[in-house]
Design a protein around this ligand. Structure first.
Ligand code: C5P
Length: 403
């Protein structure tokens, strides 16, 4: 998918610059053409020779290098790429970008281009958290710059927190997401996934066996078709996909609020296994055995039905897809559920223990819409996700053609 793409890779000055060497190797392995640009700071951490040897390309460093101007002017250099990647993007480089400065080759290229830019920030945690950096980030986001990372963790300077350069495989995924030109480019898709945890007291909760695997696969498949994905996830046992906006929640009430905050969206896929009830009399403190032999009695309150809510919301997405996990009369129950909840499609599956579907790697689903029921053969959850994403892309584009 990436083979033949051209990336202009700007390597800023920071200890994380060594990771950009790994990134070059990953990109080359995908068949990507990498043109490297090394800032003066970057050259303090990695040598031009290692950069150009790995990229198999000349490394560009100076603005007023006449040979370069004769070979390829800086304006042209900034425009031949399919994507410009800045990794590591230092606080200084971000400030220059946000301020529109053209002081050296890197900042001049970034100002002269109309190519999309993906930045992978890396800096000390205090620099990252500084209001000036956060202001610059907000400005750059508004300018359409894409970001990956930073990660949180131990830093080379001995501190802990956000500021580590995203790992090269995550940067590669973000590059892939930025470069795909699939049928869902320009569409915002909201996906809910995972179980919810409903507290009994501060240390105990009620949960269910959902792993989040199917919702995660759906989000990744939609991303691969070019959608901008907001992924609202409960405490799942599989990690969220790269290259999507992740919103982590615990309870159904939090999920409901996160879904509302993520609107407007073109499509909503509600794959979360939301708890139907929460504990109405949850303890503010840990409930103790008091030795009297009296057992605690839990009272339940009904949780908001997020799928039913979004199906009637004033900002209702054009296509709302729900899931139905059933243990008997799957199609009958799911057909009734589609009407009751007001969604467009229901993806129904049989989760009775004998199927091994809940928590397993395969799924056998029936997609129910206004036209009827379409049963798909049992296949890997990833394959179900890709087929569902393709069906969604079809439907979204059909509506548009009609409109
Ligand atoms: O009613 P049931 O839980 O079987 O419905 C399943 C569908 O409804 C799923 O798409 C699930 O994500 C959604 N749902 C929801 N909020 C709830 C319960 C279910 O969005 N409180």
């Amino acid at each position: 998918m990436l083979a033949g793409k051209r990336i202009l890779l700007i390597i800023g000055g920071g200890i994380a610059a060594y990771k950009s060497l790994l990134l070059i190797r990953l990109l080359k392995a995908e068949g990507v053409h990498v043109t490297p640009v090394l800032t003066a700071g970057g050259a303090e951490f990695v040598t031009p020779l290692s950069v150009s040897a790995l990229a198999g390309e000349k490394v560009y460093q100076a603005l007023f290098d006449l040979t370069d101007e004769a070979e390829m002017g800086h304006i042209q250099l900034s425009r031949v790429a399919d994507l410009i990647v800045v990794a590591p993007a230092t606080a200084d480089l971000l400030a220059k970008m946000a301020g529109g400065r053209a002081e050296d080759l890197a900042s001049t290229l970034l100002l002269a281009t109309d190519t999309r830019v993906l930045a992978a920030p890396a800096m000390n945690v205090r620099m990252w958290q500084h209001p000036a950096t956060q202001r610059n980030l907000a400005q750059l986001r508004a300018d359409g710059v894409l970001f990956v990372g930073p990660d949180e963790g131990d830093m080379a300077c001995g501190e802990y927190g956000p500021g580590r350069l995203a790992e090269p495989p995550a940067i590669l995924e973000a590059i892939r997401a930025a470069l795909v030109r699939g049928p869902l480019v320009g569409k915002h898709v909201l996906v809910t996934s995972g179980p919810t945890h409903e507290p009994i007291d501060p240390v105990r909760y009620i949960a269910n066996r959902s792993s989040g695997a199917q919702g995660t696969a759906v989000a990744a498949a939609l991303r691969d078709l070019g959608a901008k994905v907001t992924f609202v996830t409960g405490p799942a046992s599989v990690p969220p996909p790269e290259g999507v906006a992740v919103v982590r929640v615990e309870t159904a009430a939090e999920m409901r609020a996160a879904v509302e905050a993520a609107l407007p969206a073109d499509v909503a896929v509600m794959a979360a296994a939301v708890a139907d009830w929460r504990v109405a009399n949850a303890g503010a403190q840990k409930i103790k055995k008091d030795g009297s032999g009296r057992l605690p009695v839990l009272e339940f309150a009904e949780n908001p039905d997020i799928l039913a809510w979004i199906s009637k919301a004033s900002q209702r997405p054009a296509l709302v897809v729900g899931f139905a996990a059933e243990t008997e009369k799957v199609v009958d129950h799911a057909t009734a559920k589609r009407l009751r909840k007001g969604c467009d499609w229901i993806v129904a599956n049989d989760v009775s223990p004998a199927t091994g579907i809940m928590g397993g790697s395969e799924n056998a689903v029936t997609v129910i819409d206004a036209e009827g029921a379409e049963t798909w053969p049992r296949m890997a959850k990833d394959a179900v996700a890709r087929r569902l994403a393709a069906r969604i892309a079809d439907a979204v584009n059909r509506v548009e053609t009609k409109g």
